[in-house]
Each structure stands twice: as C-alpha cells, then as structure tokens.
Design a protein around this ligand. Structure first.
Ligand SMILES: [Zn+2]
Length: 206
C-alpha cells in the first residue's frame, strides 16, 4: 500500500515524511466500536476515529459494570435456614469480617453493606444464587474504638430461582445478555502511551 486508503496520505519511511498504517489492534478496534469500516487508517488520520472508538468502548464498559453491580446486589440474602418451597443445593458456608473504625450508626451501616456486597460476590464466584441463614454480628473492641462487623451465611443454588427470586433472576439474565459485549471489551486494553495508537490486544504482544 502506497497511500492511506482513508486519507490518501503517502505511506513512507523517509525522514520527515514518515507515515505508517495503524496496527491491526487499532484497526479492529475502530471497526468494532465505531461505524467506520474503511480498509485502513494511517498515523495522520487515525486520531479522531480512535478517540471516537475509545469513547464508545468506555461507555460500554461503564454500562456492563453497572449491569454487573445490579446483578450482584440483587442476589438474595435471607436469615431463615430453610425457606418454604425452596428447592436448593447447598454449596458452601461463607463469611466476611470487616473493621469499622467508627462507632457511629451510619459508618457501621456502610461497613455492613460492604460485607453484604462481598458476600454476594463470593456466592456468585462459587456458582450460587442465594445465601441462606445469614447472621450478622458486631464485636466491639473497646480499647481501639473499633467495631468488627461479620456476616456468615450458606451459599446455595436455588433451582427455582425464576419463580422464587424473579428480581435476581432478571438481573442475572440481563447481565448474561452482555456476554458478547464483555468478550469484545476483554479483547482489548487501552494504555496511555502518549501516542495516538493506545489500543492493544490484551493477550497478544505486538
Ligand atoms: Zn490516513
């Protein structure tokens, strides 16, 4: 190729006239995250296209993250051991302990929420979709003005989640719908390199 197919600038290795076509990762990235399908781009014209693709990539990343958080936070945690009509398999007991450096209610609530969040994340990692028999305990360490918040529960896999925990089931389905998008996002990594081409394949050295 002697000229850039997009802007017609000559491709050259001559000093002061240096111009090359973009790397494959950059080209694929622009094709995937913008509506531009030009055969190729060069160093002289790539910037605007790449910026636009990066904006779209980051917007999608945010969207996936928010759907993921909704999914995690929807995982049911109940304190009863055997809810009526629940058909489930027990996976494993899980517990989380966090230190709260203040004895104020608001601070304790915040730590409690963080514990719940971590517990739910663990449950999902273990392949579960609910936590049963959750117990919260608060231990005061008087000399240090700290409170230890701990939550324990049993991760289970509820077979009739669709009927009994529809809110969580829907959040999970919504997250699953992003599988293809997640794979596309995972394929690339954006590094602040100081040059125009800041997109790389995550698991390939170029
Ligand atoms: Zn060009």
């Amino acid at each position: 190729m002697t000229h850039c197919p997009n802007c017609q600038t000559p491709i050259s290795t001559k000093m002061f006239k240096e111009n090359s076509l973009v790397r494959p990762a950059t080209l694929e990235f622009i094709h995937l995250f913008t509506s531009y399908k030009e055969e190729n781009f060069c160093q002289k014209c790539v910037r605007d296209y790449l910026d636009q693709a990066v904006d779209e990539y980051q917007a999608l990343e945010k969207e996936v993250e928010s759907v993921y958080q909704t999914y995690i936070n929807a995982l049911p945690i109940v304190n009863v051991e055997q809810p009526i009509n629940w058909d489930y398999q027990t996976i494993q007991i899980v517990s989380v302990i966090k230190k709260c450096k203040s004895t104020k209610d608001l601070a304790i609530d915040l730590v409690k929420e963080k514990c719940f969040h971590e517990l739910r994340k663990n449950a999902i990692l273990l392949g579960g979709n609910a936590i049963l028999g959750a117990q919260i305990s608060y231990d005061i360490i008087p000399q240090m003005y700290h409170i230890l918040v701990s939550i324990t529960g049993t991760v289970v896999h509820l077979k009739n989640s669709k009927q009994l925990t529809p809110h969580f089931y829907q959040a999970k389905e919504k997250f699953k719908a992003f599988d293809t998008t997640k794979k596309l996002l995972d394929k690339f990594v954006i590094r602040e390199t100081g040059v125009d081409e800041k997109v790389f394949y995550r698991d390939r050295v170029e």
